[in-house]
Design a protein around this ligand. Structure first.
Ligand SMILES: NC(=O)c1ccc[n+]([C@@H]2O[C@H](COP(=O)([O-])OP(=O)(O)OC[C@H]3O[C@@H](n4cnc5c(N)ncnc54)[C@H](OP(=O)(O)O)[C@@H]3O)[C@@H](O)[C@H]2O)c1
Length: 278
């Protein structure tokens, strides 16, 4: 598996498997299928309520813990130093491990500076190999980077062909944080799987629209975590390392950027109220 190197020297796979909206009852089966397919990075979160299923599948796989790259995220209701610290212990217990590979703050709301301090402590104690954030747009990201001791290694953001995050990426280069995409296939929105440009480019390389959308992100040095509950799609999404998009095709795909979210607006107070009460 191709890897990227984080700002603390830790190597991270560029492709993993995400379990947002995977029913807790189905999670163990899905992660087992993903592991059988070859995925070794799994992205979960406290707010997905399926950390137990992830832990169970990893344990039952019989594969050494060190071969996995396990990611979880601290939810808003666990924000603040003390609560976050306790929630990290709970996540480790649910995941049946004594460390994760990457801990993220899920949303830039609540006492996230307190949460960040708890993550720095967990990092120093070896309970996580890397720390980072998610959904931090350029303003909050720059602020955070200037007031923490350990710079975030990852920012996980909505990133796909229709939202390429180019402005944010400029700032992330400056503070040496890598971009991890959530919803790399736009969760199917905007008719992505029927997109004409993706179809035309796919026909040239004998690849599907999903594979072209994912390969584009990897060639832009973005880590991806596509989700599917279907094994054949997990395989399809995994088989993107045997071809390379030309510069010309990359440029055409860059042209699909709408520079805005297909899902949410983090600057809308209604959204903030909803998510705080989630
Ligand atoms: N940090 C955050 O705030 C945040 C937010 C959202 C997501 N995430 C993370 O990012 C991961 C991925 O994002 P996502 O789950 O929102 O969206 P996604 O991976 O872009 O898309 C998943 C959707 O596409 C379908 N699909 C998957 N592969 C396909 C293929 N080859 N052909 C056609 N359809 C396909 C899936 O259906 P089936 O399952 O039915 O196959 C599912 O409906 C999440 O699971 C989660 O780990 C993080």
């Amino acid at each position: 598996m191709k890897e990227i190197i984080l700002n603390n020297g830790v190597k991270m796979p560029v492709l993993g498997y995400g379990v947002f909206l995977v029913d807790p009852k189905e999670c163990e089966r899905c992660v087992t299928d993903a592991i059988d397919t070859g995925y070794r990075m799994i992205d979960t979160a406290q707010a997905y309520y399926n950390e137990e299923g992830v832990g169970e599948a990893i344990k039952k796989s019989g594969i050494k813990r060190e071969e996995f790259f396990l990611v979880t995220k601290i939810w808003i209701t666990n924000s603040g130093e003390e609560k976050a610290e306790k929630s990290i212990e709970e996540s480790l217990k649910k995941l049946k491990t004594d460390y994760v590979d990457l801990l993220l703050i899920h949303q830039p709301f609540g006492d996230y500076y307190g949460t960040y301090r708890a993550m720095e402590k967990a990092y120093r104690e070896g309970k996580t190999r890397a720390i980072g954030i998610s959904n931090f747009f350029a303003d909050r990201y720059v602020d955070l980077c200037n007031f923490v001791e350990i710079k975030p290694m990852i920012n996980q953001m909505e990133t796909h062909i229709f939202q390429q995050q180019r402005q944010l990426r400029e700032y992330m280069k400056k503070y040496d944080t890598k971009l991890m995409s959530w919803s790399p296939m736009a969760r199917g929105e905007n008719n992505i799987f029927e997109n004409e440009l993706l179809k035309n480019i796919g026909a040239k390389y004998n690849k599907t629209t999903a594979q072209i959308a994912l390969r584009f992100l990897i060639q832009e040095d973005i880590v991806i975590i596509p989700k599917s509950t279907h094994k054949e799609r997990m395989e399809e999404n995994f088989n993107i390392f045997d071809f390379e998009l030309s510069d010309e095709d990359m440029n055409l795909l860059k042209g699909l950027d709408k520079k805005e979210s297909l899902f949410v607006n983090h600057y809308d107070p209604k959204f903030v109220e909803n998510i705080i009460n989630y």
